[in-house]
Every structure is written in C-alpha cells, then in structure tokens.
Design a protein around this ligand. Structure first.
Ligand SMILES: Cc1cc2nc3c(=O)[nH]c(=O)nc-3n(C[C@H](O)[C@H](O)[C@H](O)COP(=O)(O)OP(=O)(O)OC[C@H]3O[C@@H](n4cnc5c(N)ncnc54)[C@H](O)[C@@H]3O)c2cc1C
Length: 119
C-alpha cells in the first residue's frame, strides 16, 4: 500500500524499530516527506562493531538525496580497487571501480593493493 506524506490519519510519529542503516534511512526518508518519526533502538550506543560496509553508488544516490552524502563521504574511506570473487572456487566475478565510481583521483601505489570480497 502506498501512503501519502502528511496523511491525516497519522496522529503521531511513525515508530521505527531499530536504528540500523535501514531504520535510520527510513526515518530520514519519512522526515524528508514531513512525516514525524520516533526511532527505537535496543542497543545502548550506536558504535562501530568491527565490519566495514561498502556503500554502492545507487545507495549513495539515496543518501545524497536525503542530504547526508557529503557528511558520509567525509568520514568514509575510499576503495581505490576491488575484486569480487566466488567463495566456491575463487573465480573473479567483478572488479572495480567502474567508470561511474565516485572516486575522482588515481590511487597512489600504497593504496593500489586491491581489497577482495567473497560472494
Ligand atoms: C560482516 C558484514 C559485512 C557486511 N558488509 C556489507 C557491505 O559491504 N555492504 C552492504 O551494503 N552491506 C553489508 N553487510 C550487510 C549490511 O550490514 C546489512 O544488510 C545492513 O546493516 C542491514 O541493516 P538493517 O538496518 O536492516 O539491520 P541492522 O543493521 O541489523 O539494524 C537493526 C537494528 O535494530 C535493532 N533492533 C533489533 N530488534 C530490536 C528491537 N526489538 N527493539 C529495538 N531495536 C531493535 C538492532 O539492535 C540493530 O541496531 C554486511 C554485513 C556483515 C555482517
């Protein structure tokens, strides 16, 4: 069902359970449309838990639209090159960055060792 922003039957904020990237993006999206939100998170603190997350260009487009792209890019590391390999046989499935990548400078030699993602 598609609902309209500022729908009259919403008499309070929308409750969003979980402040992961999904919940926070949903919260920002609703706020962007003028819908008040309240986010509930069970964790005592939002903090790094040890795994990096690669944000793909299509996801960055959404975050740019929501106004947080520049702040995120400022905090993020850059991946000058990457390979995606099959976990089954190590076969290379993809390598990047692609020509549409947001990376605008050439990597220095010390940056050019590729990261590898197993799929
Ligand atoms: C090691 C690893 C590497 C990954 N790398 C990438 C990557 O490079 N790129 C990528 O796009 N994705 C990656 N992913 C996947 C990505 O992290 C997840 O798809 C994404 O974080 C899911 O977001 P989410 O908001 O749906 O859930 P979560 O991030 O799991 O957030 C859910 C939140 O809800 C809270 N919660 C749960 N139940 C309740 C409750 N009852 N009440 C209140 N709060 C609650 C939790 O505490 C949590 O904070 C990776 C995942 C892992 C594990």
């Amino acid at each position: 069902m598609v609902t309209q922003p500022r729908a009259r039957y919403l008499d309070g904020p929308v409750a969003i359970i979980g402040a992961g990237i999904g919940g926070l993006t949903a919260a920002l999206s609703l706020q962007h449309s003028g819908v008040p939100v309240r986010v509930f998170e069970q964790a005592r603190a939002l903090r790094e838990i040890g795994a990096g997350v690669t944000i793909t260009p299509n996801a960055m487009n959404v975050l740019d639209f929501l106004g947080i792209g520049p702040a995120l890019a400022e905090q993020a590391g850059k991946t000058p090159r990457y390979f995606v390999r099959s976990a089954a046989d190590g076969r290379e499935l993809e390598r990047g960055p692609d020509p549409c990548s947001r990376t605008t400078r050439s990597p220095s030699p010390s940056e050019s060792s590729p990261t590898s993602t197993m799929t």
